[in-house]
Design a binder for this molecule. Structure first.
Ligand code: HEM
Length: 503
């Protein structure tokens, strides 16, 4: 008994000594870097910080999460701190800080418990992992996003025609957002697996429809899991587990069929009798580097998740605006009409200047990844956010969470001018000399920058061109203002209810 007691005391002393050492080394670190304290927002208590956690959950439910974050920054400045569920949390909209986290000091931060929240659906892949494992995934995935591969517009055209076929021409109301989510699921599955789930046309109850529904359900549940942080290991959700199983079985079927085919096709040599290259299939390319079915499934699902909702949301926000701004619709249409109704190729799309500005502006005011965060792997420092004026360096302790709100940063008047809240594509004209740098970040920056950026912009541009070539005008059938629709990404909370007027 006496031994146990002595052992307990030794452990206690060791623990206190460790705390003291890390306190002293943190104090030295802070002094060396000239760090000052960040502004702490008022909280009932800061040990657990339950009030802040609750408020974030509530505002997510009320669709006011992003506007609340903006109000906080309007009140407490560009960087402030709070405690949430026992963890130190720093919120910043300072471009210098964001650059430090994502690029300059990239190695000092990680994506934290993302794998725990997303793991059951996605497994270990480019989106969920960190460190050497992430580097390996990135090296595997990245080469498959070159220009030639993202420009397969012929395949995309078949999906667009199905979408256009579903838009009523008799003036009745349609929610374009629903159609865009189906379109991007169909095109992403075709690009990744070589088999589309054809959600725009496949019959209700088919395995394809079932896959789409279960993938959606699992994604929604992941959002809730992510908010739980490390506590997610205690969370039980049988519907989520069942959905993951259905998604995995479906994808495994496709992968097994691909593996059964003898050797992977070599893209450069796969020219048929007519001299035309076969359609690009991501899975076929991946088979050249790995034949591990689990790894293939995990990488493909990681990309499906990263690429599907995002592009659909960009399209939804853009049409939400077009339905309310005939001036922008008319300018865009004038530019697109110059194509004389011809289908655009990759180069033509890149030269549509006004369309590019519209997309830039859509991603500015409605960034589809509106807030994001990283976890400090060690004691580190941000260049700004400390002291009363927020201009001094700021100490970030190991385990601290740095969140950055792209939504709020994109609305900063000191970057975008007094009309920052206005949708004005012309602000992107070269003569306006807008140089937001790290203050404009729809696709992230640094080593983890979005690999699908060109794919997304090509797909969104092509869709917009083809729809505007088909319809003379658009009318909004929803008088409400835009509200956030937050799941893992941000869509329009009330959908995009419109009526399209044919040519
Ligand atoms: C408008 C459309 C899109 C936007 C705004 C967007 C935005 C982003 C952002 C902000 C990230 C960083 C996430 C983070 O590190 O926390 C990201 C990562 C990623 N995106 Fe996109 N994305 C879009 C479309 C796509 C598409 C179409 C694909 C693939 C087909 C794709 C694939 C990826 C992948 C694989 C990552 C993870 C990269 C890594 O961690 O190394 N994205 N995207």
């Amino acid at each position: 008994m006496g031994h146990v007691y002595t052992f307990g005391i030794i452990l206690g002393v060791l623990f206190l000594a460790r705390q003291a050492i890390s306190y002293i080394s943190a104090a030295r670190f802070k002094k060396r870097h000239g760090c000052k304290l960040a502004r702490q927002i008022p909280q009932r208590e800061t040990i657990i910080g339950y009030d802040f956690y609750r408020e974030r959950v509530e505002s997510s439910k009320n669709k006011t999460f992003l506007e609340n974050t903006k109000k906080r920054h309007d009140t407490y400045g560009a960087t402030w701190t709070a405690s949430t569920m026992g963890r130190r949390f720093y919120s910043t909209i300072e471009p210098d800080n964001v650059k430090t986290v994502l690029a300059t000091n990239f190695k000092e931060y990680g994506v934290g418990s993302r794998l725990k929240a997303f793991g059951p659906l996605l497994g270990e892949g480019i989106f969920t992992t960190d460190g050497a494992q992430w580097e390996h995934s990135r090296a595997l995935v990245r080469p498959n996003f070159t220009r030639a591969q993202v420009a397969d517009l012929d395949t995309f055209e078949t999906h667009i025609q199905k979408l256009i076929g579903k838009i009523p021409t008799n003036g009745s109301t349609i929610d374009l957002q629903t159609l865009f989510f189906q379109l991007t699921l169909d095109s992403a599955t075709e690009f990744l697996f070589g088999e589309t789930v054809a959600s725009l046309t496949s019959p209700e109850g088919s395995p394809q429809q079932q896959f789409g529904k279960m993938f959606d359900l699992a994604q929604v549940r992941i959002g809730a899991r992510a908010r739980l942080g490390n506590l997610v290991i205690f969370h039980r959700d049988p519907e989520f587990t069942a959905a993951c199983k259905i998604v995995h079985n479906f994808v495994d079927g496709i992968i097994n069929r691909a593996l059964e085919k003898a050797e992977p096709v070599d893209m450069e040599k796969s020219i048929d009798g007519t001299g035309k290259k076969e359609n690009y299939i991501f899975l076929t390319e991946m088979l050249k580097t790995t034949r591990d079915p689990k790894q293939l499934r995990e990488e493909l699902l990681n990309i499906l998740l990263a690429g599907r909702d995002t592009t659909a949301s960009l399209l939804s926000h853009t049409f939400h605006v077009l339905a309310r701004r005939p001036d922008i619709w008319n300018k865009l249409k004038a530019e697109i009409d110059e194509l004389g109704g011809e289908k655009p190729d990759y180069e033509t799309l890149r030269n549509l200047k006004y369309l590019k500005w519209v997309l830039n502006e859509s991603l500015r005011l409605f960034p589809v990844v509106p807030s994001n965060g990283r976890f400090a792997k060690k004691d580190t420092v941000l260049p700004r956010g400390g002291g009363a004026n927020g201009e001094s360096p700021l100490f970030i302790p190991k385990g601290g969470i740095v969140m950055y709100s792209v939504y709020v940063m994109h609305r900063r008047e000191d970057i975008y001018g007094p009309d920052a809240l206005e949708f004005r594509p012309e602000r992107w004209a070269p003569e306006e000399n807008l140089r937001p740098g790290w203050g404009y970040l729809p696709f992230n920056g640094g080593p983890r920058i979005c690999v699908g950026q060109q794919f997304a912009l090509t797909e969104a541009s092509y869709t917009i061109v083809r729809i505007l070539q088909e319809f003379a005008a658009i009318e909004s059938r929803d008088s409400t203002a835009w509200v956030e629709g937050l799941s893992l990404t941000m869509s329009s909370g009330n959908g995009v209810k419109v009526s399209m007027i044919p040519k």
